[in-house]
Design a binder for this molecule. Structure first.
Ligand SMILES: O=P(O)(O)OC[C@@H](O)[C@@H](O)c1c[nH]c2ccccc12
Length: 260
């Protein structure tokens, strides 16, 4: 069993507990009272490099990354630096996140917010929407073709933008076949946790021009930003480098400048 399978197994246990406490009907009632979601696609498609900045406390590869007592404050700094969207890790066991972090971030910023988790059921998408998410991550490696197509459909119904994540050529093909119009190439292999910044470059040519391309993971410096931007990234997704930076607002600003 690879790391991804282990994480998903833990996610399913936590999910069953939450489902026992709160029914899908209750979530649906909450969702029915919400304003529409924020659409990230215009900013992603605009001229210049866009950045999704991540609130990430720890990771399976590196352990604790940063003490983030107040995710809302960090998110406000990201937004002030020019982030087009903010990703919030909501997985508890390996990443130290919760849906409460997402609620706090959503209230603190005007930009769209991504639920970054290991989504394998409809319930998690309803939960994401109820907590205020505007986007949801779908990881191709943890889903069958039928599940991926189904969950993308649920995203559309809920007004969520699906970010469909691939790491191999076959996964990119599967993302496109499912109808994704926002595709992320994760430079990190979630089964081994190995990072290769050049994975984005290798796969980006498989993605047609009308699809928005996101380069994810392992982007640590402005030189790294330039590498993926020159390879054709419309958007970059950055966590570690920003949560560890002493001035996240400035770091976001510098990353955008390096890619434009
Ligand atoms: O911290 P980094 O290397 O900048 O990576 C951010 C983001 O890409 C990474 O957290 C990520 C990408 N895809 C994921 C799927 C699940 C959990 C985490 C991720």
């Amino acid at each position: 069993m690879g790391v991804l399978d282990e994480i998903v197994a833990g996610v399913r246990v936590d999910l069953a507990e939450r489902q026992a406490r709160r029914s899908l009907d209750e979530l649906a009632a909450t969702v029915a009272g919400l304003p529409p979601t924020r659409d990230p696609m215009p900013a992603f498609r605009a001229q210049g490099l866009a950045i999704i900045t991540e609130v990430k406390r720890s990771s399976p590869s590196k352990g604790a990354l940063a003490d983030i007592p107040d995710p809302a404050t960090l998110a406000a700094q990201y937004a002030a630096g020019g982030a087009s969207a903010i990703s919030v890790l909501t997985e508890r066991r390996r990443f130290g996140g919760t849906l409460d972090d997402l609620v706090a971030v959503r209230a603190a910023v005007d930009v769209p917010v991504l639920r970054k988790d290991f989504i394998v059921t409809d319930y998690q998408l309803w939960e994401a929407r109820a907590a205020g998410a505007d986007l949801a991550l779908l990881i191709v490696a943890s889903l069958t073709d039928a599940e991926l197509a189904h969950l993308l459909g649920v995203c559309r119904t809920l007004g969520l933008t699906g970010l469909v994540e691939a790491h191999t050529a076959d996964e990119v093909r599967r993302a496109l076949d499912a109808g994704a119009d926002l595709v992320g190439v994760n430079n990190r292999d979630l089964q081994t946790l190995e990072v290769d910044l050049h994975q984005f470059e290798r796969l980006v040519g498989l993605i047609p021009s009308h699809v928005v391309k996101v380069a994810e993971s392992g982007i640590l410096t402005t030189a790294d930003v330039a590498v993926v931007a020159q390879a054709g990234a419309d958007v970059i997704l950055v966590g570690e480098a920003l949560v560890k930076h002493r001035d996240p607002r400035q770091a976001v600003h510098d990353f955008i400048a390096a890619g434009s």
